[in-house]
Design a protein. Structure first.
Length: 170
């Protein structure tokens, strides 16, 4: 699975309240949440996001509260993927569960704002198409790629016959 887009760069320790401030947690509508995505970091940030953008982050992205709303806000804003030096475990798990691509790349750095990049989730290779630099991360395991392809953990489980009618797949 290869994702290409424009890099939007953020720093370290971007917490879930910066991704989607708590005052917007009254809805789970991705489009509504997306209108406020990352405004806790910068009030002008939502206006800079274009569909297909790839968020490039530093260490500990998604720390703080365990809120699925953070992933929904990113998706609703049109962000195609997040690549970070490291993720808070609960954010990464929420991303996988909701079928949202997230790749941990410890050696990541020096990508310019709005540079075109390509992320290969299957091989773990990130290419900065603007300058030709390449970064290597551990590729996502096959089962996570399957979950992403299915659109999340629940659709993946349904494809495999889990959670069907009462009495089946439990």
């Amino acid at each position: 699975m290869i994702i290409q887009g424009r890099a939007l760069v953020v720093g370290n320790d971007v917490d879930t309240d910066a991704i989607i401030p708590a005052r917007y947690l009254v809805t789970a509508d991705p489009a509504e949440l997306g209108r406020h995505c990352l405004e806790g970091l910068d009030p002008g940030f939502p206006g800079r996001i274009r569909p297909g953008d790839i968020l490039v982050a530093g260490e500990n992205f998604g720390c703080g509260s365990s809120r699925e709303h953070a992933v929904l806000a990113l998706r609703g804003a049109g962000v195609a993927c997040v690549v970070a030096k490291s993720f808070a475990r609960i954010f990464f798990r929420n991303a996988v569960n909701l079928g949202f691509p997230a790749l941990e790349c410890p050696g990541l750095g020096g990508i310019a704002e709005e540079s075109p990049i390509a992320v290969d989730l299957g091989t773990g290779v990130l290419r900065d198409l603007g300058c030709g630099r390449e970064f290597r991360a551990a590729p996502l395991p096959h089962f996570i790629l399957e979950i992403l392809d299915a659109g999340g953990l629940v659709p993946w489980a349904r494809r495999r016959g889990y959670g069907g009618e009462k009495g089946h797949g439990a």
